[in-house]
Design a protein around this ligand. Sequence first.
Ligand code: GDP
Ligand code: MG
Length: 288
Amino acid sequence: MKSGFVNIFGKPNAGKSTLLNALVGEKLAIVSHKVQTTRHRIKAILTGDDHQVIISDTPGIIDPKYRLHEKMMLAVKNALEDVDLALLIVDARDDMEENNAIFSSLKLKVPAFIIINKSDIVKNEDLEKVTAYFKEQPYCKEVICISALKKKGIDELLKKIIDFLPEGDPFYQGDDLSDLPTKFFVSELIREKIFLLYEDEIPYHATVLVTEFKEKTTLIKVAADIIVQRDTQKGIILGEGGSMIKKLGTEARKEIEAFLGSKVFLELFVKVRPKWRDNEMQLKEYGY
Ligand code: GDP
Ligand code: MG
């Protein structure tokens, strides 16, 4: 039995979502969009007789404007380091030097496959050029050309992934998935946005507690408390005239909607709990 974790990383529009769908469509076993570990947003679990491949993508959208954002890069790096294999996906038409610069800057210690996507719309000689270019890179174990959209090269890719994973028992059984607490994942998504939107120490002083999670007919209602220790921190979280929390709410809601695959109504409240870090009861309540 082979089993392990695989993370997909690449610039927006490289084809991450399409690749996931292609992988899942070929070998559907268990899929849940409600599963996330602290570091990984698990998108698919492919279980076969002799393998379990757990595929996630990196938390946080790698928007080019964040490319040089150290905190983001660190988050990406941490997530990528925690897996058995990284899949670094590029659009075959994209600037290879730029992609290489991003991949190199991660200084990955885990092995990586370079996935050259959209092979259906580039000439063979260009594909060969790109392949040769990445084969030279020290972080690259394999270069695999695919068309995620046309489902070309997907079986070969999956086979190579499985070959590469360590021997081991499956991590998840069928029923495990639904038991994972969605509320916790949702609070992590909000926390992730706090990390993106606020500077310096603020994210480290804020914790998120989902207080309400109700599935209604057309949407899911979510209410969450953002807990900070001081009034000044509350002020920063709110922003002038509530501008920052509004932004946080909008961005978090979009992420939660994508994650749950449903419309979401999100309400955020900021609460000051001066000593929540020291109070054992509260720590328990907040899931630490
Ligand atoms: P993501 O942002 O990395 O998740 O990228 P998406 O999976 O959303 O794909 C971005 C765009 O590229 C979409 O319009 C896809 O249909 C398109 N796309 C993805 N894979 C392929 C492919 O293999 N060939 C072609 N021609 N288009 C693709
Ligand atoms: Mg996507």
